[in-house]
Ligand binder design. Sequence first.
Ligand code: HEC
Ligand code: HEC
Ligand code: HEC
Length: 266
Amino acid sequence: MVRIMQIKDGVAKLTLVLLFVVGLLQVANAATQSNKSKKQQAVPTQKTALPTPEIPARTPSGSPIASIRATARASALAAAKAQADAEAAAQEQVQANIAIPFNRTMRLLQTYNLPPTQDGIHDPANEGINMLHVPLEAYADLPRNQAGNRVNWVAALGEKKIIPRWDIADAQAEGLVMDMNIIRTPRGSIPNVVFPHKQHTEWLACSNCHPAIFVPQKGANQINMRLILSGEKCGVCHGKVAFPPSECRLCHSQKKELSKNEMDVP
Ligand code: HEC
Ligand code: HEC
Ligand code: HEC
């Protein structure tokens, strides 16, 4: 026990010494940086230039000791800078690693449709878990697609392979299905977005979207891919309970019409 404490103590001391050295290096680097930035204000992009050149110029000529000292100092500073650059690069890598999961809707899951005991959603300790369908078995006869949980749910509903209840309490209740397409025309060459009310209102009551997610008026809502990928607008559902944003063509399904000018060209 005592020995472990001693080792721990030793490790702590070592860490402190290391931290101190790193701190010194950073101070040295900060000094060079501020020197540099005074000189290079007009050229702020020269991050990688080494801070050596001006130093020999300042030493009194004809003094070999001073010149050796200057060279030593310059190489120490250069080493400190290289170290700091390496640390900055490592820090950037850490940041990049943190950033990726933000885009999780774009990532195709390596494992999907796991049994309820392994899916990380249900409590494996709960006995009721054994009453749940195992997705791979339950989905076996349903039409397939490429993304999400690999089921084409629109086709499954269309082919009456599934008949979801509209109301949990009333088996006879029927929803209001509305067949109205809204066409959104993003700028550029990307095909237009056709939003089909029919495919949505077969599952969803109007109040799922209106007015909290979309004001019910064509063109009144600002929608773009940044919002969708961050889980807003269409991204409230797509990527979570409906096909993910990676399936561009399902939404961008209408070819752009050529403008009048383009058609007039002989
Ligand atoms: C899945 C989401 C969703 C559901 C559910 C939904 N809508 Fe919409 N609705 C939209 C979107 C998106 C728009 C287009 C908004 C835009 O262009 O800015 C829209 C537009 C509208 C418009 C405007 C049409 C126009 O020409 O200006 C009306 C009216 C409307 N919806 C009525 C309904 C009704 C009634 C229901 C239920 C039967 C319903 N919506 C269900 C998403 C939905
Ligand atoms: C409230 C949830 C919800 C919102 C918000 C929503 N959708 Fe959907 N969407 C669904 C569901 C559920 C389906 C059917 C299941 C599936 O296809 O994965 C669907 C299906 C679709 C389909 C039909 C695809 C096919 O195979 O025919 C299109 C196209 C579509 N959505 C586009 C959009 C667009 C564009 C928006 C935003 C303007 C949007 N959706 C917003 C839930 C939503
Ligand atoms: C769930 C439906 C949906 C999917 C899937 C989808 N988009 Fe979009 N996209 C939209 C909507 C809605 C807009 C906004 C259209 C507008 O300007 O009214 C949009 C806009 C855009 C724009 C115009 C710039 C912007 O951000 O507004 C580009 C480019 C674009 N999408 C590319 C893509 C690409 C590439 C994919 C596939 C990786 C994709 N989209 C998948 C619905 C979708």
